[in-house]
Design a protein around this ligand. Structure first.
Ligand SMILES: C[S@@+](CC[C@H](N)C(=O)[O-])C[C@H]1O[C@@H](n2cnc3c(N)ncnc32)[C@H](O)[C@@H]1O
Length: 211
């Protein structure tokens, strides 16, 4: 998988170099589709992307995230999402790790994340190197991811609100209906809290509303 792979025909490039990946998935909201059936493009923001867990043997973020993240604090979400999608024994490679205002802000966040991650899962490896003077990191997972996804979800993923969880669980048709209901309710003229309470009490008790 490429995170922010741009419009490069990476699958074809890999074949030329003698690598034979089964397929390549590129998650990039702005990339153009490539004329290659083995290269799959998902035009989505990786931070919001529902990744297929334990699936990808290699995940690369090259000149991509976390550099283009709007809020540096989302770096943890970026790392957690990629590690959820990474298969056991897989590698997640990030290059380069940007420096903000000559400080090491991204690097600090990634190092803290890696420290927590390898403390809980000591068989996972996280190697920091310098390449052409810039920091690079490779996460390597052990052959079992037991407990990892739950830990990543619990600690680093954006908590979904109850409406999102319910809508996700419902079939598409019900989704449309409830969307319409929500729109209708939000379009209702606002009443005072007292009037609103009276309205709902009379509705639930099946009584006429007392004005
Ligand atoms: C400098 S280009 C690098 C392209 C390619 N990885 C390469 O090395 O040639 C940065 C890429 O990150 C993508 N990008 C920006 N924000 C993104 C996001 N939130 N999720 C996924 N990709 C993103 C851009 O669309 C762009 O293609």
């Amino acid at each position: 998988m490429l995170i922010g792979g741009g419009s490069s025909p990476i699958y074809t490039d890999l074949l030329k170099l003698g690598f034979w990946p089964r397929s390549v998935t590129n998650v990039d909201p702005y990339a153009l589709p490539q004329n290659d059936s083995c290269q799959i493009l998902h035009m989505e923001d990786f931070l919001e992307y529902k990744i297929y867990n334990d699936f990808y043997h290699e995940i690369w973020a090259l000149y991509s995230l976390p550099f283009w993240i709007d809020d540096i604090k989302q770096t943890d979400t970026f790392l957690a999402n990629a590690l959820l999608g990474l298969a056991s024994n897989g590698n997640f490679r990030i290059y380069p790790i940007p420096h903000v205002n000559q400080g090491n802000d991204y690097l600090k966040i990634i190092k803290k994340f890696a420290e927590n991650f390898t403390m809980i899962f000591p068989k996972a490896q996280c190697k920091f190197n310098k390449y052409l003077g810039t920091d690079t990191v490779v996460f390597n997972l052990p052959h079992s991811k037991e407990g990892m996804n739950e830990w990543l979800e619990k600690n680093y993923k954006r908590k979904r609100n109850i409406i999102e969880i319910i809508l996700d669980a419902l079939p598409e048709i019900v989704k449309i209906k409830s969307d319409t209901c929500l729109i209708k309710r939000y379009n209702k003229p606002t009443r005072s809290r007292k009037l609103n309470n009276m309205y709902w009490t009379s509705r639930t008790n099946n009584l006429p509303m007392d004005n």
